[in-house]
Design a binder for this molecule. Sequence first.
Ligand code: SAH
Length: 452
Amino acid sequence: MLKKNEVIALEITGMTSEGNGVGRHEGIAVFVPLTAVGDKITCKIVKTEKSYCYGIIEEIKEAAPCRTPADCEVYRQCGGCCFRHFGYEEELRIKDNIVRDAFRRIGGIDTEFEEILGCESRDGYRNKAQYPVADKDGQAVCGFFAKRSHRIIPYTDCRLQPPIFREITDFIISYINENKIPAYNEQTGKGSVRHIYLRRGYHSGEIMVCIVSAKNISGEIKPLCNLLTEKFPDIKSIVVNLNPAKTNVILGERIINLYGDGYIRDIMCKNKIRLSPLSFYQVNTPQAERLYAIAKEYANLDGGERIMDLYCGTGTIGLSMADKAGSLIGVEIIPEAVRDARFNAAENGISNAEFICDSAGKAARKLSERGELPDVITVDPPRKGCDEETVAALLKMAPKRIVMISCNPATCARDVKLLCESGIYRTVKARAVDMFPGTGHVETAVLLSKLN
Ligand code: SAH
């Protein structure tokens, strides 16, 4: 049995989705951060559990061929990226394995996998940033949370964001410091500014600035609007989001509009899209367009099908298929996103679409009771996956095809397993899609087809 502080020789043979390399020592799995598959190291054991341990690198004896120097100054401290110390090919190989492995181990599913779809660009792909703000010796600072902590490391030059986000954020921080608008203090609940939240339409270039604050600071922020829009003409919307609660949740419910219409516009799969601050929107637009194209290919529409899009957000997936469908019903729980979805349908002249604001499970059950029998259903749930009610309603409506998109391979494999165990569906094919280079996240697309 390994002991704390023991130093052992280890070869790294696998990688977890948190970015820890893993090797085996006398049958025990040892997880070591910042290693790569193929590394031969000596490592010091820092934590032991019954069937596994954690170690840290003591010395790299032989570096894996895929290793590259990490191209970010704060890579070790930041909790955002975990795959930056080797090449992109290796990152894709690992992500592809994570998805296939989840299907095998959790789903017990043996299906055809298409090759993982990588991104064209590994940097600058995010259309959204949420920088935490905190007080440091009476000054507001802004950056990111250190790994597994709420300590802010002041650093706004993240490679995953477009460079203009840094300029805007630094400008806002200078303004709030000059005007003595206090940062929020998580411990005491005093102060105001909690987060700077930015969004930028990938195709339109339009930028939204949202300042998340515990107090209504719209009066103090108002003069900033002119300064910001003069310096950054692409800013089309400035809002304050009020979040007075003692919580880790970034956004509150109330939006106070200071400049513009309260939303920005973008293009997604050739459709014009309106985006409000509280609506979900995929963070990597060109890759989301490729993912939705795969969903459309899997849906295999011939023009007359009734389609249903569960967990539809602003409607982007369903709307991208509407030209090939007879009718579309979208379901989404956030009212603001549903408003955006309806607006987006109208704006693009799509008249065969209806959007319902409800939980996917409840709406799907009601729709199945109403006798709605869609031919194809797309589901794109949040990380926790579909709830039981949704799975039950899917089985009751029993469409010819189900296209599942998921940001969590584990819950995706679980839900696919439930659908297949019913004896009503089989998995036809699946594909991992990398939407979030550098990070441990990976998206999955799956096609299920009704048996006979
Ligand atoms: N398909 C959209 C959104 C996917 S994200 C897109 O690609 O842009 C998941 C969406 O599910 C979010 O918009 C979230 O608000 C919504 N959601 C979360 N829980 C839900 C539930 N129980 N019922 C319906 N929608 C839900």
